[in-house]
Design a protein around this ligand. Structure first.
Ligand SMILES: *Cc1c(COP(=O)(O)O)cnc(C)c1O
Length: 373
């Protein structure tokens, strides 16, 4: 090939960082010759999906030759029913990341401004940059919480789109209802508010966590609330997320850039089956929150500071460069996510696993930190 493909691509594309999806259990097992692997890097639900999902999937083979329902009719109806919205206000994605991408494709032109938090969920920055948008990032407070004043000031300047993860990934902090209302009051009516609630099922259990749908209803600006089946519902491997929008016109626009069959048959059936067994999800969330607090106490005992978390992970300050600790943990079969953003190179994000995984992590971390730097 004689073409310099990096110059041939749209200029926005070559500088994009590749998404850091982490190592798989298989790779870690093979590379480090460890038997036991604790996968604590992707905020998955260690208890897995409802048994109803396996049952639904096992009946699918005769239908794999037929395209799935392009409109996700049954799943959208089930979601609409639960939240008292119209099915026409709902879009389903191949994961909620698919919807983040559709929103950027549909609404962002080169040079337009997008507001998000720093450190951010990677795709909240990468997809806007893919479109040539300018990404502005609001810093955290020294206590590793959202800086509500700075957010309000930045929202008042009228960015085209705001990516608001509540609770935050990777930090775990949240806007409570008062802070959330302040954001909405400060926001310009010409800003599309994207409220990414990937950890909603966990955060809902926190005192003061806002009912975003209720608070957004009737607001002047366009908005979309994103949720996912990947975390609390245990379906990360099937890829299903959904968005609830201010109105059906917004969905009609997003539909123009949606891949027609973006949610496959297994994903639609699995999500519907999971949705029908909410008790299973609830038990996993209860257990995860209990384990999170045990893990937090263990990390504190090691003398480390931890950000507040309303989700299923902890953002931990190691007080030293995270790179060598990450490597040493991998060698012990523990996969966590070291943060790379400037100013956060001493932080790791650890998903709350089973009690066994969490103990394994704490014991390994104690050992690794005990060694001379
Ligand atoms: C995990 C996560 C997502 C992506 O979820 P999928 O539905 O699996 O695509 C989106 N936003 C945030 C903040 C997340 O942490």
């Amino acid at each position: 090939m004689n073409t310099n493909i990096f110059e041939f691509a749209r200029p926005e594309v070559p500088p994009l960082p590749p998404y850091n999806a982490g190592l798989s259990s298989e790779v870690v097992r093979a590379r480090y010759r460890v038997e036991r692997v604790a996968r604590l890097a992707s905020n998955e639900n260690p208890y897995g999906a409802s048994p109803a999902v396996a049952k639904a999937l096992s009946g699918l083979a005769p239908d794999v030759g037929n395209y799935p329902d392009a409109q996700c009719t049954a799943l959208r109806a089930a979601i609409a029913d639960r939240f008292y919205v119209e099915p026409s206000q709902i879009v389903v994605g191949n994961g909620s990341e698919d919807i983040l991408r559709m929103l950027c494709l549909a609404f962002l032109s080169s040079g337009e401004r997008v507001l998000t938090q720093r450190p951010a969920f990677g795709l909240h920055e990468i997809y806007p940059r893919m479109m040539g948008a300018q990404v502005e990032m609001v810093s955290l407070t020294p206590e590793l919480g959202f800086d509500v004043d700075s957010w309000c000031a930045a929202l008042a300047c009228g960015p085209k789109l705001a990516m608001i993860a509540n609770p935050s990934n990777p930090v775990g902090c949240m806007f409570d209802a008062d802070a959330f209302v302040r954001l909405l009051d400060a926001a310009s009516p010409s800003t599309l508010l994207v409220i990414d609630e990937a950890y909603w099922e966990y955060a809902q259990r926190e005192d003061g966590f806002p009912d975003a749908l209720a608070l957004l209803r009737g607001r002047r600006q366009p908005w979309m609330v994103l949720r996912t089946f990947s975390k609390a519902w245990g379906l990360a491997g099937l890829r299903v997320g959904y968005g609830i929008a201010s109105d059906s016109e917004l969905i009609q626009i997003v539909d123009r850039v949606r891949t027609p069959f973006n949610v496959n048959r297994a994903a639609q059936s699995g999500a519907l089956a999971a949705w029908g067994d909410e008790a299973h999800m609830d038990r996993a969330v209860t257990e995860t929150i209990r384990c999170r607090e045990v893990l937090r106490a263990g990390v504190h005992r090691l003398g480390l500071s931890v950000a507040p978390s309303a989700a299923n992970f902890l953002f931990i300050d190691l007080g030293r460069s995270n790179g060598p600790v990450h490597e040493a943990l991998l060698a012990r079969g523990i996969i966590i996510k070291p943060w790379k953003d400037e100013g956060y190179e001493s932080f790791i994000r650890v998903s709350v696993g089973t009690p066994d995984d969490n103990e394994h992590f704490l014991a390994a971390l104690r050992e690794v930190l005990g060694k001379a730097d």
